[in-house]
Design a protein around this ligand. Structure first.
Ligand SMILES: [Zn+2]
Ligand SMILES: [Zn+2]
Length: 182
């Protein structure tokens, strides 16, 4: 049986290439290239999702690179599994942006755990200083950062500020203001 000729719609082409195309732009050689990609992509996607468990994090169970990220070979190219999942389910990754794992699980390919961010933002988020701050048990002045010594309003915003120091700073500000009024 001869294979049926497949003509992608404008929407499909736009989805794949991430840009607007008007019908006149759909040149035959371009359509042929697109068609090839589409076939390969559908097969590749089927094979890809067979290797993913879908719990909270969608874990890639295939090969991983040395850095812990999922790796998949498609059309002779090694690709990062999470980037591929993002492109398939969310859309093309904008030029110059990196994909950040909000869940910090490197072989997770759940698109809701992935966010396209700038390199600077990605580095900042992964900064060990942030992690160290979250693990801190005492403030700079040695007060314990626990229970009733945490500033409630800061805690609601995900920060652990020392209540004793915060009150001392407020008292110092009041004292300074009184001094200036005189
Ligand atoms: Zn995840
Ligand atoms: Zn303190």
């Amino acid at each position: 049986m001869p294979e049926q000729e497949y003509t992608p719609t404008t929407e499909e082409v736009r989805d794949r290439w991430g840009r607007d195309v008007i019908s006149e732009d759909l040149r035959p050689e371009w359509l042929a290239e697109f068609d090839r990609w589409l076939r390969q992509d559908r097969e590749a996607q089927a094979r890809f999702w067979m290797r993913v468990t879908r719990e909270h994090c969608w874990l890639w169970t295939g090969e991983t690179a040395g850095n812990g990220y999922g790796r998949v070979k498609i059309g002779g190219q090694n690709l990062a599994a999470h980037r591929l999942a993002y492109e398939w389910l969310v859309g093309p990754i904008p030029d110059g942006l990196e994909i950040d794992h909000l869940c910090s699980v490197r072989n997770c390919v759940n698109p809701t755990h992935l966010e396209a961010v700038t390199h600077k933002e990605n580095t900042m988020r992964g900064n060990t200083i942030t992690a160290a701050a979250a693990a801190k048990t005492h403030c700079l002045r040695g007060h314990e950062l626990a229970g009733s010594n945490l500033v409630p309003s800061a805690l609601r915003r995900g920060r652990r500020d020392c209540l004793i120091c915060s009150r001392n700073r407020a008292a110092a500000r009041r004292a300074k203001r009184r001094g200036e009024d005189r």
